[in-house]
Design a protein around this ligand. Sequence first.
Ligand code: FMN
Length: 293
Amino acid sequence: MVAAVSEAGGFGILGAGAWKKDELKTQIDQTRELTEKPFGVNIVVRSPHAVDQVNLVIEEGLKAVTTSAGNPHTFTARLKEAGVYVMHVLPTVQFAKIAEQAGVDAVIAEGVESGGFTSRYEVTTFALVPQVVDAVNLPVLAAGGIGDGRGFAAALALGAMGVQLGTVFMGTQEANITHAYKQALLMARDTDTHLVRMGRAAQRQMTDELRQRVSDTLASKADRRDLEIDDTIRLDWDEHVKLKKVPRVMSAGQVAGLVRDIVPAKELIEQMVQGAKAIFSPDNDCIKLIEAV
Ligand SMILES: Cc1cc2nc3c(=O)[nH]c(=O)nc-3n(C[C@H](O)[C@H](O)[C@H](O)COP(=O)(O)O)c2cc1C
């Protein structure tokens, strides 16, 4: 998926998470087999393998990383000395200022609607981005709740220079997640995720109610062998018959409700760019609406 994103003009980022050095190396090698375009790595600062991951990123000559879930002072100087562009993910204005002091090149302002681990502060992307833009003298990217050209355009209108997407990329053909997870994305409504607090952190997860609906749907599909199988989500009958195989925790952002088809990553990016361009075109109704005020 990372290669597909970079091939399509985005900047694919390998989420190194809890990977050991050799696991990350394998992923970097495999990505390089698929694309010559640049891609990056996300380093979860608090991961026990973060130091090894930073060393590997430098050894491999990667040009940019995102750092998240931890203090931006930990690795920024080392990465920058090695010529790596550092973007730090943060949930509040205060953390944006800390990241700026740490010397990062750009900040990613991530609102509470986002999938994955997010902050306990609950500042939404819409409120957070312009405040971070005003607070720091750095390029700002917006993350959380962005799913199509409208979200992209809105982020740019708020002062962001780009966007980071998670949830909608899980709804692509290249995403390496289970069929049940993709089915859950397709079935998710706006209210089907919730914030689960874990001490100082929080994770946005799909609700048990959605998991149950997915489970029931897959069960009934598995009973009906005459079902028309969607080409993009090839149903694995055994998996579905066993069924309880829906993962224990499925994380996703509130924007999951916008995932309606499982598409190639290239298509998602192209549609997003086209959609944003249309919004900013001179004949768009937005201008008329503003002029009517
Ligand atoms: C399943 C999932 C796993 C994620 N894992 C990470 C991670 O390991 N590191 C990180 O910095 N962000 C992680 N994120 C957050 C994304 O990088 C991105 O900021 C977020 O998904 C943006 O919000 P959206 O989900 O509304 O698009 C994850 C998101 C999802 C949905």
